[in-house]
Design a protein around this ligand. Structure first.
Ligand code: TRP
Length: 346
């Protein structure tokens, strides 16, 4: 069986280092591994509209920003098909058939949906489309017969719901759809990056993100202002590394080469953590090191982004071609689905 990837992002803002650590970096590694026969990367504008019905221009503008972020991170249109969700109406049709296989109480129980409803204060008035987005996500995944969905752990309930739909469909209409599995980031610390303010999640609305497109001074300013261990008041005080955003970021991004190049007094992260815990290591030293690590990681991304920004017509062309070829695949799955359901009347 072919190994196929499908994944994507809602274009509600530029992508940040949380997206990068949690998913983008892994995607590029999977792309480069050569282990996959097909890779589809979707800009989920239709999903973004489920809670942005009043702001279509925000979604529209961010499609190109997300595309630039993808290309900047090293997604290669020769190997990964990048496309726009809403331009593939077959996905909507699949969603409509899958809706009949899911109960309202089942979507309401989905932990990701539950959390998002709370975050958005939707409790009293949930848009129907928003409630159904896990079903639409199952359509996205199955339309491409994806076997693997690289995503953060918060997407696990979505994948579970998708597998339930696949099993139910196949049980009723005969073996047609493929069950996907999630591919989590390989480094544990990369699963979820906290915001620079120490809040559990990096999010645009909290204003606590470091964006992939931030200029170097902005990254530095953000790193130097990061929340650390509030009990580590003076340099001599013993500090906590666990749950400390600065160390979580170092877990996610620092490599032995960074120590050799920028902080050779320490053999590696364990030794740096030991010193912080013992006391005698100041936050500024650690943050300056983190800044150097982040700059090293982000600078090639920023450079590639700047190059693509000079070639916007080419970026649109990549999206247009990617969408056309993705549509062919989704249309073929839809034909199989209609055939299995015996509703292919003519
Ligand atoms: N839910 C994802 C996000 O919030 C976007 C998305 C839509 C997606 N459909 C998908 C991710 C299918 C993986 C698979 O960014």
């Amino acid at each position: 069986m072919k190994e196929i990837i499908l994944t994507g992002d809602r274009p509600t803002g530029r992508l940040h280092v949380g997206h990068y650590a949690g998913s983008l970096k892994e995607r590029v590694a999977l792309q480069d591994s050569g282990r996959f026969d097909e890779i589809y990367i979707m800009i989920a504008d239709a999903q973004a509209l489920t809670d942005n019905a009043e702001h279509p221009e925000k979604v529209r503008q961010n499609i190109i920003q997300v595309a630039l972020d993808y290309l900047a991170c090293g997604l290669d249109p020769e190997r990964s098909t990048i496309f726009i969700q809403s331009m593939i109406p077959e996905l909507t049709e699949l969603t409509f058939y899958y809706m009949n296989l899911v109960t309202v109480s089942r979507v309401q129980r989905n932990p990701t949906v539950k959390a998002e409803i709370q975050q958005r204060n939707f409790e009293a008035s949930i848009p129907v489309g928003f409630l159904c987005y896990p079903i639409s996500q199952a359509a996205d995944i199955t339309a491409f017969r994806a076997t693997a969905v690289p995503a953060g752990e918060d997407q696990e309930p979505m994948l579970e719901q998708c597998r339930e739909i696949v099993r139910k469909f196949n049980e009723i209409y005969g073996e047609t759809l493929v069950e996907p599995k999630i591919v989590l980031p390989s480094r544990q610390s990369c699963m979820r990056l906290p915001g620079i303010d120490g809040k559990a999640k990096m999010s645009k609305s909290l204003g606590n993100c470091i964006y992939l497109s931030d200029p170097p001074e902005e990254v530095k300013r953000k790193v130097m202002s990061m929340f650390t261990d509030p009990t580590h008041l003076r340099k001599e005080d013993p500090g906590h590394t666990e749950g400390n955003p600065v160390f979580i970021y170092l877990d996610a991004f620092s490599r032995p080469e960074h120590f050799a190049e920028f902080l050779s007094e320490y053999s590696g992260l364990d030794e740096l953590k030991d010193h912080y815990q013992r006391g005698g290591l100041g936050d500024v030293t650690v943050k300056e090191f983190l800044n150097q690590v982040m700059q090293a990681e982000l600078s090639p991304i920023r450079q590639r982004r700047a190059q693509w920004e000079q070639r916007l017509p080419e970026v649109y062309e990549i999206l247009k071609e990617g969408t056309a070829s993705a549509r062919t695949v989704a249309a073929s799955t839809l034909r199989d689905v209609r055939h299995a359901m015996q509703i292919d009347y003519f």
